[in-house]
Write a protein that binds this ligand. Structure first.
Ligand code: 3UK
Length: 524
């Protein structure tokens, strides 16, 4: 095979994907479309205007050239706190093409989180949307090391100014399919987020197995993801999947809301829509008073947390269409168990995506039979190589090509997988991780709080939200006024989605003999 080529043998199932010896994934994802005659086709749409595949490729080269001209070493990390906009693509692919490692970060995080990531990643460059300047600069000032360069995407001193004069041609840095390509930070219930290192090959593997294999995506699709690009879910939905087939993606920097999703779907005639269960629930509520035009949509996808069967039922009733629930993870990069357009099982995550393997493991590492619930392990070609700086976690999670997903599942006789919960205390709120420990730590900062325990609790739509149990400090009153004060305290100090939705004042918390809070006893 010539350099930078992928061979996809679809005469067999699962489809076999192989890579040329020298392989930089930016070439097939970006440059290939010019060779295949898609130069004038729209790659990206949004309120910033249309971006053609030619303009995309030229800008990727410009950004790659600007990064190459800095005093960097191949493999250096480029942290990105960038909203959903074309520059996200230019920076991400420009870095990869030039031999650097982009690390998109959750733009909802706060300075304290960024400080850790700046220190942990040892990044050389930070690029941020001007909206996040305060959090980013507070983090830079507090960090124990200073990255060589930090640029806003536009405005004074921005990378946007530098790229104007940069060349539109760039030779891809030679790499191999297994080389480190990009990272995403994944969070756990204890300890800090983990830099999850993905290889070049992981991107095409998710495209072939899930986007083409399950969704049947083609270049005629118009993709819209309510989940942002910094999630592995959004990164696939809104960037790598459409780029793989030469389709069009619609980006918006607005926070997801029913009105915004309905408007974009209608205006851009989206054919594939990707949401999370919380948003589907909010959309259903909005549909009580209005009938959005969803006629262009041929597939709705849900991931991030389990889709309650009742939401699926109500969605079908309202729209006549289905929602394809699938489970993915940052470590496996995208969806590996999924419902399919012709095979939907309400309440289930679906079947294994062809190309991946799954096993359910019980006590003593025994493989369990159908119907028995245990730890879900998965094998496949898109699993992260390792956790940065964290050999212990790597060894615990990755074993002989298999990964422990951290989820409890069972499989029924017909082969459908059913989600039973996490193996730890982590919860998903609106599809985003929330650690009970982090919220408890914030609550305990407040002088009126003696002790706090936070657990996952289902709201009226069966969607998970944090619920706080609080023992008040001496002299404080556990009343509504305090609840309101604690709510403000959490909203001010935590990422927006993490505040507790309920406050319960209690006299004691259930604990183990060693003093560990027994959250499971609070969950009912
Ligand atoms: C949970 C689900 C039940 C589950 C993701 C699609 O969510 C993604 O990645 P994260 O690393 O979280 C992974 C964990 O989230 N989960 C995700 N989807 C479902 N639980 N049903 C679901 N459908 O605990 C899993 O281990 O944030 C989702 C594509 C790419 C992704 N990274």
């Amino acid at each position: 095979m010539a350099n930078n080529q992928i061979s996809v043998d679809d005469s067999q199932i699962p489809v076999n994907v192989s890579f040329s010896k020298s392989f930089n994934v930016a070439v097939p994802m970006i440059d290939r479309h010019l060779d295949e005659g898609r130069g004038t086709k729209i790659a990206i749409q949004g309120d910033f205007g249309d971006v053609s595949y030619t303009v995309l490729a030229e800008n990727v080269n410009r950004y790659g050239n600007v990064l190459s001209a800095l005093d960097l070493t191949i493999g250096d990390r480029v942290l990105m706190m960038v909203k959903d906009c074309p520059e996200f693509f230019y920076i991400f692919w420009g870095a990869i093409k030039a031999g650097f490692v982009p690390v998109p970060l959750n733009t909802l995080l706060r300075a304290g989180d960024y400080q850790f990531m700046i220190e942990d990643s040892g990044c050389s460059v930070i690029i941020y949307s001007p909206e996040y300047e305060t959090e980013v600069m507070t983090a830079v000032a507090a960090a124990s090391r200073t990255p060589k360069h930090f640029f806003p995407t536009d405005g004074d001193g921005s990378i946007g100014e530098l790229v104007v004069d940069a060349a539109t041609i760039l030779e891809a840095k030679p790499a191999t399919a297994d080389d480190d390509c990009f990272w995403l930070y994944s969070s756990g219930s204890t300890g800090r987020p983990k830099g999850t290192v993905h290889a070049h090959k992981d991107i095409p593997v998710t495209c072939v197995h899930y986007a083409v294999g399950v969704l049947g995506i083609t270049e005629d699709d118009i993709c819209f993801s309510a989940a942002k690009l910094f999630f592995a879910y959004g990164l696939g939905n809104a960037m790598t999947f459409p780029l793989w087939v030469g389709a069009t993606t619609v980006l918006s920097a607005l926070p997801p809301s029913p009105a915004m999703t309905f408007e974009i779907i209608k205006k851009n005639k989206a054919t594939i829509y990707y949401g999370v269960p919380t948003l589907y629930a909010a959309q259903l509520q909005a549909m009580e008073n209005s009938t959005p035009d969803l006629s262009s949509v041929r597939a709705c996808v849900s991931a991030g947390e389990a889709l309650p069967a009742d939401i699926l039922r109500r969605w079908k009733e309202k729209t006549g269409g289905s929602i394809l629930d699938g489970i993915g993870s940052t470590e496996i990069l995208h969806i590996f168990i999924s419902n399919a357009p012709d095979d939907v099982k309400p309440g289930a995550s679906g079947r294994i995506v062809p190309g991946y393997e799954a096993k359910i493991i019980g006590e003593d590492d025994k493989i369990l039979l159908q119907g028995e619930s245990g730890a879900l392990w998965v094998k496949g070609g898109s699993i992260a190589k390792y956790y940065w700086n964290n050999p212990k976690k790597t060894a615990e999670t990755l074993r002989d090509g298999w990964i422990n997903t951290g989820d409890t599942y069972y499989q029924d006789e017909a082969g459908y997988f059913f989600y039973c919960g996490r193996n730890d205390d982590m919860m998903k709120v609106g599809g985003i991780w929330c650690s009970p420990f982090e919220i408890e730590a914030k609550l305990i900062e407040h002088p009126a709080v003696l002790e706090a325990a936070v657990v996952a609790c289902a709201d009226d739509d069966e969607l998970i939200k944090p619920k706080a149990f609080i023992i008040v400090a001496e002299g404080a009153d556990g009343n509504e006024a305090l609840a309101a004060e604690l709510l403000e305290h959490c909203k001010a100090g935590l990422a927006r989605y993490k505040y507790p939705r309920w406050f319960n004042f209690v006299d004691e918390l259930p604990k183990t003999a060693t003093g560990k809070i027994q959250r499971f006893r609070l969950r009912t």
